[in-house]
Design a protein around this ligand. Structure first.
Ligand code: CA
Length: 225
């Protein structure tokens, strides 16, 4: 079990990491959100322990943005005693649990073990946007609980848009993601896939949130607007 401890207080970070290591976890430390991004780009973690006040930003904002964009392992936030508001916004931003500072490593380890026992915790593969739920492992899309059948390219496109929900995805990026180097891409190929995907989403009663950004690309909004 590999854990990333994101904490700018080096002494505290080391204390937590050593404590978790003694309890059988392997740990890396990130002293900033930027460090955390770098670590997560090169290693895969089973859980993260997240401090909220970091030198380059707020842990809650970071977590919320990462949750919307891509898979992120279960996260436990560390908050100051009594900061109820932090706990609520943290949980709303996608934290799975929290511990109160000063952190008891025994409690933290127990909470991590509990998180990792949850079904699906190890391979978090479900993306969600509005009423859509897409399982990136099984390639099954559900819309309001109903299954929607997609072709391979429709599913690839949807995954790409869901991973970057709320941001414009350039047409070239879509072409690169959907086609190999040596596959010819006809000028309207992406439009055609988008329009088939749109009509399937429409048929399934999904909110109309797949937008064309003229001359640039496409964007899936999180909400139904
Ligand atoms: Ca801090």
């Amino acid at each position: 079990m590999r854990i990333l401890v994101i904490e700018d207080n080096q002494r505290l970070a080391q204390l937590v990491a050593d404590g978790l290591q003694r309890r059988g976890f392997s740990c890396d430390i990130a002293l900033s959100l930027r460090d955390a991004d770098n670590s997560m780009a090169t290693a895969s973690y089973d859980a993260i322990v997240l401090d909220l006040g970091l030198p380059d930003g707020n842990g809650i904002d970071w977590l919320g943005a990462r949750r919307r964009q891509r898979e992120i392992p279960p996260a436990i936030i560390q908050t100051a005693r009594g900061a109820l508001e932090d706990r609520i916004t943290g949980l709303d931003a996608g934290a799975d649990d929290y511990v109160v500072k000063p952190v008891s490593v025994d409690e933290l380890a127990a909470r991590i073990r509990a998180l990792l026992r949850r079904p699906g915790a190890r391979a978090q593969t479900v993306l969600e946007a509005a009423t859509l739920r897409f399982d990136t492992a099984t390639r099954i899309l559900q819309c309001g609980g109903k299954q929607v059948d997609l072709s391979r390219r429709e599913a690839d496109l949807l995954e790409l848009l869901m991973r970057r929900a709320g941001a414009v995805v350039h047409r070239e990026a879509i072409e690169q993601a959907l086609y190999n180097f040596n596959e010819p891409v006809t000028p309207n190929a992406v439009e055609a896939i988008v329009s088939r995907l749109r009509s399937k989403l429409d048929d399934a009663g999904a909110p109309r949130n797949l937008h064309t950004v003229r001359g640039i690309g496409y964007m899936l909004r999180d909400n139904g607007a």
